[in-house]
Design a protein around this ligand. Structure first.
Ligand code: FE
Ligand code: FE
Ligand code: ZN
Length: 276
């Protein structure tokens, strides 16, 4: 099964995202758990969620992926910023129990000059304080491009976070193709080598999802600007290799390219045509 979807807006509710996904030929999708700036989340409407779950079951959807607000920083140097990040993550994970057995992705954070060591410790502490054994969601650390003082642009850093988490079956990784290429992992010329490196450092059993984005910037630029599939420095051939690679082809793929719904529909059609 090819699980492919894109980032969708949650502004019209949960069932509306399922319908939008169907309309563009997707069988999965990603959404922000709340306004990306991190404001208060809307109250959950259980009947809306039930309608989405029914739609997903009837149409053989893959896992869906909630994305935390990207402004959260669990390893800030300010106590109130860390506390806010923890509160939002905690509340989001409680809400994810309405959508059991799916994924929740977040950016590990920026250490803002405190150093990688301190930053990783804050992230680990946050996760250990909020994760509960009864949760049915897998929390994913996103691979980052390494702009500024971002943590998580190397597999080693992600591994150190994972190793610090006590409930180890609740934590995994979401690999963003734009970010890893910007971070200096050459998935254009050596996808096999990068996946082998991931496997030897983190373990491919910890890889749960892929963000499919081309990059506006060259290799190792540490920038993080997404481009439409085939229009950036990764190029179409790279995506053909990624979606068909035997080690990752079973994973769900989520587009976060600069597109409206129709543009996403065209990219999904294109990717389906390249799937072997
Ligand atoms: Fe992200
Ligand atoms: Fe991403
Ligand atoms: Zn990005």
């Amino acid at each position: 099964m090819f699980y492919i979807g894109c980032h969708l807006s949650i502004s019209n509710g949960y069932e509306a995202m399922g319908k939008a996904a169907l309309k563009i030929g997707a069988n999965s999708f990603q959404f922000f758990s709340r306004n990306p700036r991190g404001s208060k989340a809307k109250d959950i409407d259980p009947s809306d969620i039930d309608r989405l779950l029914k739609l997903m079951e009837e149409n053989n959807f893959g896992k869906i992926l909630a994305h935390a607000p990207y402004t959260l920083n669990p390893c800030s140097n300010k106590a109130h910023t860390r506390a806010f990040a923890k509160l939002v993550l905690q509340e989001d994970l409680e809400r994810m129990e309405y959508l059991p057995n799916n994924y929740y992705n977040f950016h590990p954070g920026s250490h803002v000059g405190q150093g990688v060591e301190v930053g990783i410790q804050y992230i680990v502490d946050t996760l250990n304080e909020i994760l509960k054994s009864e949760y049915r969601t897998i929390v994913l650390l996103e691979t980052m491009a390494g702009k500024g003082t971002e943590i998580g642009s190397s597999f080693e850093e992600l591994k150190r976070i994972i190793d610090g988490v006590e409930l180890s079956d609740k934590i995994g990784v979401c690999l963003d193709t734009c970010h890893v290429y910007d971070a200096g992992y050459d998935i254009v010329n050596d996808l096999d080598g990068v996946l082998e490196e991931f496997d030897s450092i983190i373990g491919l059993d910890k890889l749960y999802a892929i963000h499919l984005n081309d990059s506006k910037n060259p290799f190792n630029s540490h920038k993080d600007r997404h481009e439409k599939i085939g229009y950036g420095s990764l190029g179409l051939e790279t995506f053909e290799k990624i979606i068909n690679h035997p080690k990752i082809r079973h994973l769900p793929f989520y587009l976060e390219t600069p597109n409206d719904l129709e543009g996403y529909g065209r990219e999904i059609e294109l990717l389906k045509s390249m799937r072997k």
